[in-house]
Design a protein around this ligand. Structure first.
Ligand SMILES: Cc1cc2nc3c(=O)[nH]c(=O)nc-3n(C[C@H](O)[C@H](O)[C@H](O)COP(=O)(O)OP(=O)(O)OC[C@H]3O[C@@H](n4cnc5c(N)ncnc54)[C@H](O)[C@@H]3O)c2cc1C
Length: 512
């Protein structure tokens, strides 16, 4: 017998196993306490003052009936079959793991360094404002997700098997809680070890991983890929999974130069706002502060302004704002948090949808959105003082169009420069942001406060360019053997959906 049972618990009851077992026995009207149970799902319902935990359990009379994890089962590699994967972000890694499950040898080329060596370059950005264009918050082993909050929530359930991705994360060392929590996250302190375990598994099972190895050229003959150049080395190649992420602008330029078609696509851009975490807890938990049974509160906000979506993006409770530029003359923000989310700050992107038609230039130009994104990042770098200091304005001052005279302590390490957001962004962005903040303040009373600071820009939410691919076979329509994959190609947004796309593309390679 396996049953799914739902209970409503109070936050302080979540770890009380005796109480939970009693409640399950009562609910199922069981005469015996000899049964087994396991958490299936858990979510917090904080809509009312009386905060509840929605809990779902598996209950069975035999422990063998309780679903257990499906591990990772690689096949013996067929020496004649291999696949080249460019980029070792979530998409590249999960494509490689899938290749091993299919008995195909994955060969990964990654421009950045391994997770450990990468840390030194992150310290340089934070402490000295020096950006290494090959190794930074976006480039290197594990990709852009390695030093992130590690949120694993995705709305794109239709895209594939989310549970399988979560189970693989657990197999490689993530806490089993990620299978249960409605909004799972791993944390920056834990992700690098998991990524390292995945790499070791790829190598142990016959795959290859090459760091400091950048794709710089692609040759093709008669509509088929023939050769690639990694650093200066020519490598024959028939099939290539291109999983280089949305920050690899040189890849877009390379494809364009080679006559391989690209398309512009909508993306989103705005600011990263930081509040004291205690304020967000107070608002979301109805004044309840420092409740040890509740996690640091998060939020998800969305509204429509003049027919355009304005929404919170990648909210990090207890987080830190990070300098995420990938080139020297730009400033880009994003956020991360450790597994405990125990920093005193909360940050979130607040972004507005940008259509190619919102940007200046030729609407037919696939680079129209990218040029706009780049211009904002470069302007922010100039206004910030040509280092990694970020243009900043208190939220209240932004609403009143006043330059900020000072700032509270914020988490952004390289430093803040007082700048009007209206000097960073065009009017259509700042107008929409102001209206959206008013709407958000109605949903979360106290959101507009002098203690909140806007950091600009939040510009790498999704790719402004799409690399087209055949719907069925997933290769580029101009070039057989070139498989555009995940976020950089416009088919994913976030760690889980990128991982799902990596698996999907690898499956397509096998079929073609
Ligand atoms: C600070 C931060 C926090 C984030 N937080 C979250 C979060 O909590 N949850 C979430 O879901 N998402 C988060 N994201 C977004 C998430 O990281 C991305 O959506 C995801 O990593 C995209 O995966 P990908 O594999 O498509 O590309 P990427 O992760 O961008 O990986 C691409 C890889 O390709 C490599 N590469 C690029 N060009 C070349 C080349 N020419 N040759 C060889 N290699 C190349 C890069 O070095 C990189 O390692 C965050 C991002 C950042 C920067």
């Amino acid at each position: 017998m396996l049953k799914e049972v739902q209970l409503f618990l109070l936050p302080d009851q979540v770890n009380d196993e005796v109480l939970i077992k009693n409640k399950l026995q009562k609910k199922l009207r069981l005469s015996t306490s000899k049964f087994f149970y396991k958490w299936k799902k858990r979510s917090i319902d904080a809509r009312q003052k009386n905060i509840k935990i929605n809990a779902t359990f598996w209950v069975a009379s035999n422990s063998k009936d309780i679903p257990s994890l499906v591990g990772f089962m690689p096949k013996k590699i067929d020496a004649k079959k291999s696949i080249i994967i460019i980029g070792m972000g979530p998409a590249g890694i999960f494509a490689a793991l899938r290749a091993l499950e299919l008995g195909i040898k994955p060969i990964i080329y990654e421009r950045g360094k391994d997770v450990r060596s990468r840390r030194r370059d992150l310290a340089k950005i934070n402490k000295e404002g020096i950006v290494n264009p090959e190794s930074n918050y976006c480039f290197g082993e594990g990709g852009a997700g390695t030093y992130s909050d590690g949120k694993l929530y995705t709305r794109s359930k239709k895209r594939g098997d989310v549970q399988r991705i979560l189970e693989l994360f657990v197999h490689f060392g993530a806490d089993e809680d990620i299978l249960v929590n409605a909004h799972p996250h791993i944390g920056t302190n834990k992700l690098p070890k998991i990524i390292q375990a995945m790499r070791e598994c790829i190598i142990e099972n016959g795959g290859e991983v090459h760091f400091d190895s950048k794709l710089i050229d692609i040759s093709h003959v008669n509509g088929e890929i023939s050769e690639i150049v990694i650093n200066q080395k020519k490598i024959p190649c028939k099939s290539l999974i291109l999983a280089t992420g949305h920050s690899a602008r040189d890849i877009f330029y390379l494809l364009d130069n080679k006559g391989i078609s690209l398309e512009s696509k909508p993306f989103a851009l705005g600011v990263r706002v930081e509040h004291p975490q205690s304020l967000i807890d107070k608002i979301q938990y109805h004044g309840r502060l420092n409740d040890k049974f509740l996690p640091p509160a998060s939020y998800s906000l969305v509204c429509q302004i003049n027919g355009k979506g304005v929404f919170s993006f990648c909210m990090c409770p207890g987080g830190i704002i990070a300098p995420c530029a990938t080139d020297k003359e730009e400033v880009v923000t994003n956020g991360w948090s450790p597994s405990k989310r125990d920093n005193p700050y909360s940050n979130s992107g607040i972004v507005i949808s940008v259509l190619p038609s919102d940007c200046k230039g030729n609407i037919e130009d696939p680079f129209i959105g990218l040029n706009f994104q780049k211009s904002i990042e470069n302007k922010s770098w100039i206004l910030g003082g040509k280092n990694q200091c970020v243009p900043a304005q208190r939220l209240k001052d932004f609403m009143e169009d006043k330059l900020s005279l000072d700032f509270p302590v914020t988490s952004y390490q390289p430093g803040l420069k007082s700048v009007r957001m209206d000097d960073v962004f065009p009017e259509f962005v700042t107008n929409s942001l102001r209206k959206a903040f008013l709407a958000f303040d109605k949903k979360m009373k106290g959101y507009i406060t002098n203690d909140a600071v806007l950091h600009a820009p939040e510009s790498r939410t999704s790719s402004p360019i799409k690399i087209p691919r055949d719907r069925e076979f997933l290769h580029h329509p101009d070039l057989k053997g070139l498989y555009p994959c995940a976020e950089g190609a416009g088919y994913a947004g976030g760690i889980v959906s990128a991982a799902i796309d990596g698996i999907k593309v690898m499956d397509a390679v096998l079929l073609n």
